[in-house]
Write a protein that binds this ligand. Structure first.
Ligand code: ADP
Ligand code: ZN
Length: 214
């Protein structure tokens, strides 16, 4: 199954995608994680995108498409994938349409207050990228990853100014995609309107949508 998990920053795309991927035995592909990998490795691409990423703006479409094409051409994608954070602009979606036929878009609907609370309390593992949250998904030991013991950190773009900017960018550049996919008839909304809903509950809702399409 070819799945796109869609939603504002902090809607939980990464958390849910990482739980759904093993169930369907498909890779979880996060363009944000791929780009952060380039930053950490200080690759050529990493140097180019450092400033945009830190400010919470989008990486240019051509660079994004290169990364996605490369990733989707790998062998593990042949039975499908779950995309998290891509496509994020109309041009990306149009180019993507020419490459792949997506089965379903799951659109996470989350109010702004929840997003802001979540993002400012989100921590990520430096090593394995697992996401924690000091309000709702606390690590067992403060500052350490439950899975691998790695150090937890607050992303540069999870600081208040950057969060505000990311929400603006989302509204301006990414929201129009909701309509784009709705018109195609392959978009399904999943609502999360309380901060304390356990991730399992949302994952169950998403799985219900996916199962209904089989
Ligand atoms: P979030 O959804 O929480 O904002 P992501 O990890 O998906 O976080 O993205 C982090 C950053 O990576 C974005 O703010 C942007 O700079 C860059 N990025 C990720 N995916 C894309 C994309 N498809 N197009 C352009 N930039 C992207
Ligand atoms: Zn870890």
């Amino acid at each position: 199954m070819k799945i796109v998990l869609f939603g504002p920053p902090g809607s939980g795309k990464g958390t849910y995608a990482s739980r759904i991927a093993p169930i369907y035995k498909i890779p979880h592909i996060s363009t944000g994680d791929i780009f952060r990998g380039h930053l950490a490795q200080k690759t050529e691409l990493g140097k180019k995108i450092e400033d945009v990423m830190k400010s919470g703006n989008l990486v240019p479409d051509d660079l994004t498409m290169d990364v996605v094409k490369d990733r989707l051409s790998q062998a593990d994608c042949k039975n499908g994938f779950i995309l998290d954070g891509f496509p994020r602009t109309i041009p990306q979606a149009e180019m993507f349409d020419k490459m792949e036929k997506v089965d379903v878009i799951v659109n996470l609907v989350v109010p702004d207050e929840i997003i802001i609370k979540r993002l400012s309390s989100r921590l990520s593992c430096k090593e394995c990228k697992t996401i924690f949250n000091t309000l709702t998904l606390k690590p067992k030991i403060e500052g350490k990853c439950d899975k691998c013991g790695g150090e937890l950190f607050l992303r540069d773009d999870d600081k208040p100014e950057q969060i505000k900017n990311r929400l603006e960018v989302y509204r301006r550049q990414t929201m129009p995609l909701v309509d784009y996919y709705r018109k195609k008839g392959i978009s399904y909304d999943v609502t999360c309107d309380r901060i304390d809903i356990p991730p399992e509950e949302i994952v169950a809702k998403i799985l219900k949508v996916l199962e209904s399409l089989k």
